[in-house]
Design a protein around this ligand. Structure first.
Ligand SMILES: [Zn+2]
Ligand SMILES: [Zn+2]
Length: 374
């Protein structure tokens, strides 16, 4: 796609790694200039119109067209005999022998069933294909751009050498950065702070995301802060302060709720940053930018659209090994380990008498399992 003449046509900065930065809105305009509106229309061209165009373009009459259609149809590729799925064992043709070997190998790979996660992933993806809105005013406009982002697990969760994409999201060019921010789910938003061993029945409905609303995206030298709520602070200030006098270029700030993806200059494949809850940092990578086509979900209300979510394993209670952990205890003489994870039932049976009186000395914290959040 390289085009020395235009800086907004994506070109590699590092081959097969990331592109140079380009302006998303201008990139869209270039596509719209270059393409015939039919190419990105949401509706199929009627077959009769297609036939007419073909006749005009190639200069044949309609009788020849019918003849061509029957000669070139897929059916004419089939052999007259019935298709045999399994290759006969005594075949002397080398191609058939190869095919047979391949078939036998494939059978050894067959697992029988998809696991629950794979099944769900497939369903999730299929559900949104070609989805049209109930109300036409929610139809994604033709010529809209879709940006595909991989949002990684926060750094503290990266137990693997390779980074893992937690969520893949499709965002529209006309959406704001704050729309993407609201679609990113992270378990650190669901933490409940405090020690509740004396009052396990009144764990307050205090979720981090309701109280600590500050967040920013970092794209190409600018921190885009969330300033929608009075509690929001500029949490990029510490970084900018630190960078001052350390030979970094001057960083800029902007607000994410006033910035549309069309306004941005981005690099495809480049690691950017999303930070929330103080220091929960997610690498965010733009993996593709393209025009919306009719196979996409066309309901504006469903964007940002989550097309993939990595499903982790749940952590079970260390006593019954059946239920998902809900409590973590420390300094707990009754627990096999420190800290120790309990489900709600085991936690209460072990730590409180019939009157609900606390037995022994320990601290208890609410635990939110990252995988239950799927
Ligand atoms: Zn997070
Ligand atoms: Zn249990």
């Amino acid at each position: 796609m390289a085009d020395g003449g235009n800086e907004n046509v994506p070109d590699f900065e590092f081959v097969d790694v990331n592109s140079k930065e380009f302006h998303i809105g201008t990139f869209r305009d270039l596509w719209l200039d270059a393409l015939h509106p039919e190419m990105y229309a949401h509706s199929d061209t009627a077959p009769e119109i297609e036939d007419e165009k073909f006749i005009e373009e190639i200069g044949v009459d309609s009788k020849t067209l019918e003849e061509l259609k029957s000669i070139c149809s897929v059916d004419s590729l089939k052999s007259a005999d019935e298709d045999v799925e399994t290759v006969p064992a005594d075949s002397h043709l080398a191609t058939l022998q190869l095919r047979k070997r391949r078939q036998e190998y494939r059978e050894t790979l067959f697992r029988g069933t998809l696991d629950r996660h794979e099944l769900y992933n497939n369903e999730e993806q299929m559900a949104y294909m070609r989805k049209r809105p109930e109300d036409l005013k929610d139809l994604v406009p033709e010529g809209e751009i879709v940006l595909i982002f991989n949002v990684m697990y926060p750094a503290v969760f990266q137990r693997f050498k390779q980074m893992r994409a937690h969520q893949t999201m499709h965002v529209l060019g006309s959406q704001k950065l704050s729309d993407l921010r609201d679609a990113i789910s992270c378990v650190s938003d669901l933490q409940v702070f405090g020690e509740f061993s004396d009052t396990p029945d009144i764990v307050p409905q205090f979720l981090s995301k309701d109280h600590y609303k500050s967040a920013f995206f970092y794209f190409n030298g600018t921190f885009f802060n969330d300033t929608r709520f009075p509690e929001c602070q500029d949490i990029s200030a510490t970084i900018r302060e630190w960078a001052r006098g350390r030979e970094f270029p001057d960083f800029k700030t902007a607000t994410m709720e006033d910035t549309y993806f069309y306004d941005l200059k981005l690099k495809v494949g480049f690691p950017y940053l999303f930070t929330h809850q103080g220091d929960c940092e997610h690498v965010v990578i733009l993996t593709d930018v393209r025009l919306v086509h009719q196979e996409d979900c066309l309901d504006v209300k469903l964007y940002p659209l989550i097309t993939h979510k990595h499903k982790g394993f749940t952590r079970k209670c260390s006593v019954c090994h059946v239920y998902i952990g809900r409590w973590i205890t420390t300094n707990d003489a009754l627990a096999p380990s420190d800290p120790c994870l309990f489900c709600d039932q085991c936690f209460r049976i072990f730590h409180y008498d019939n009157q609900g009186k606390k037995l022994g000395d320990f601290q208890a914290y609410a635990y939110v399992d990252p995988a239950t959040y799927n």
